[in-house]
Write a protein that binds this ligand. Structure first.
Ligand SMILES: Cc1cc2nc3c(=O)[nH]c(=O)nc-3n(C[C@H](O)[C@H](O)[C@H](O)COP(=O)(O)OP(=O)(O)OC[C@H]3O[C@@H](n4cnc5c(N)ncnc54)[C@H](O)[C@@H]3O)c2cc1C
Length: 471
């Protein structure tokens, strides 16, 4: 790769990646492993995007994503690439216990027949109807929402006290807005391919798996010492051969007649640079993508600037010693009908090592806002929201008032989680059409292929593999 254009020479490379969050980093790692030169342009002074681990007062905590699921082999492969700086940490078995709020306390989500019968979370009608789930008719509406699908197959109380808190707490979304085949395609396929969630899960579990597929353990993961170590592990290795430009501003893309791309940007000193690339991979949000596209594409892509994202506030609270409070679980999720001010509370110190300064210390991560409580942001300061979160934490976890937290931190995201809602098909069609017409432009990131970290890693690596094969 020609390196500089300060002296008028133009740089060229095979791939320009725009955005150094997890998707961009995963793409960079895979390009490196495939021996493909790349330049990654990141607007911020650091890579990692939404992933941010903080170390304060002896606590190690996340203010972005906390945990993912090892749902694909790519998760393990990215950690292998990022070793030894990053080591995948599986949550301890405590993480299998999930709580759901109902009435005045958390109840454990049932995991077996007896606990399923005993749970106060679901109605008797729905509990007794579960064995009949495989006999229910297959849905015919391809745009059926997760809420409607689950209500049809499992019953309303199961939507209210399992599906709704899950979609609300994990995706900050509304189950009656999420389109199943886009938001939870595996669930959609279980019904379409096997006619049943239960029967389909059993048959899928029995299917023969390759050694590589077996890497996808479905376990809950973080990184030892926090997810920032995954970011740093990938970054430090990938930059040995690839080029990373931080604080890259005003990126503009121009398509050349030979279908390569001229990418211009300003560096941190305000100097203009340009790079010619055979492929461009964007990983930024829709509203960030549209302004960098060539004029000829702006009209076609303009609706992507309105791609919906849920707002979210993450409040982190640490106690040096909290022996009296039960937190022996992954965390607790809150159904929307319970009308609390939090979407869920995670207990990271119960699942991962070294997150608190003392053995009986406790760390809680509260999620607030989401599509359920979009108004939360309006007219309130972060400190006011933080105070509301603290009040909820004390009430819901039954923390004695006289015990003061040693750590309270909060971060607000106006565009936290992409929503694969009723507008999604139109957005997907727009992206697909642009990429068909401009095959050297790859629109990646959370607007396609799923929301969580595992999905981002998988997409980033797969996009890079496809490009490497074509080059
Ligand atoms: C509060 C919160 C909690 C979450 N919790 C979880 C969780 O527990 N589990 C889970 O699996 N997922 C979770 N997620 C989702 C997870 O964070 C994302 O799936 C993932 O980190 C997104 O990675 P990305 O690279 O696609 O996007 P981002 O991390 O947003 O990265 C995009 C990058 O592009 C850069 N950029 C933007 N505009 C430009 C521009 N014009 N030029 C150059 N660069 C630009 C940004 O600075 C950023 O670095 C959470 C998200 C949030 C916000």
């Amino acid at each position: 790769m020609e390196q500089t254009n300060k002296n008028g020479r133009e740089e060229s490379t095979s791939v320009v990646i725009i955005g150094g969050g997890l998707t961009g980093l995963a793409a960079a790692a895979q390009l490196d492993m495939s021996g493909v030169p790349f330049v990654l342009l990141e607007k911020a002074p650091r890579v990692g995007g939404q992933i941010q681990t903080r170390h304060r007062k002896g606590y190690t905590y996340e203010v972005g994503p906390n945990t993912g699921s090892v749902s694909t082999p790519e998760v393990v492969e990215l950690f292998d690439y990022a070793a030894p700086i990053a080591r995948l940490e599986e949550a301890n078995p405590t993480a299998e216990r999930r709580w759901i709020w109902k009435g005045d306390r958390f109840h454990e989500l049932p995991s077996g027949l007896m606990s399923g019968l005993k749970t106060p979370l679901f109605s008797w009608k729905d509990k007794l109807g579960i064995p009949l789930e495989p006999t229910r008719k297959k849905g015919t509406d391809p745009n059926e929402t997760v809420g409607a699908l689950a209500e049809r197959r499992l019953g309303k109380s199961i939507v209210d006290y399992a599906v709704d808190p899950f979609i609300g707490g994990v995706y900050a979304g509304d189950p009656y807005q999420f389109i199943t085949r886009f938001a939870l395609p595996k669930l959609y396929r279980l019904e379409q391919d096997y006619g049943s969630f239960i029967g389909g899960s059993v048959r899928k579990a029995a299917e023969k798996k390759s050694e590589r597929d077996k890497l996808a353990t479905k376990k809950v993961f973080s990184a030892e010492g926090g997810l920032e170590n995954l970011v740093q592990g990938v970054y430090r290795r990938a930059k040995e051969k690839g080029q990373f430009v931080l604080e890259a501003q005003d990126i503009q893309l121009t398509e050349n007649p030979d279908k390569t791309w001229l990418v211009t940007y300003r560096n941190s000193d305000g100097q203009e640079h340009s790079i010619t690339a055979k492929y461009v991979v964007t990983t930024v949000r829709g509203d960030q993508l549209v302004p960098m596209l060539p004029d000829a594409l702006v009209d076609q892509a303009s609706s992507l600037a309105r791609f919906p994202y849920a707002p979210m506030i993450e409040v982190v609270v640490g106690f040096d010693s909290l022996p009296c409070v039960d937190r022996n679980a992954f965390g607790g999720l809150v159904p929307s009908r319970e009308k609390r001010k939090v979407l869920g509370i995670l207990f990271p110190s119960s699942c991962f090592k070294g997150r608190v300064p003392q053995k009986d210390g406790a760390l809680f991560t509260l999620f607030m806002g989401g599509m359920r409580d979009r108004e939360l942001f309006i007219g309130k300061s972060l400190d006011e929201i933080k105070a509301e979160g603290l009040e909820e934490l004390y009430a819901m976890m039954d923390i004695p008032k006289e015990i003061e937290p040693s750590l309270v931190d909060a971060v607000a995201y106006s565009h936290a989680i992409p929503q694969y809602d009723t507008t999604y098909e139109q957005h997907l069609n727009t992206m697909t059409k642009i990429m068909e017409e401009h095959p050297t432009l790859v629109i990646a990131g959370g607007m396609r292929d799923g929301i969580g970290m595992a999905k981002r890693i998988t997409q980033g690596m797969n996009v890079a593999k496809e490009i490497a094969q074509k080059l």
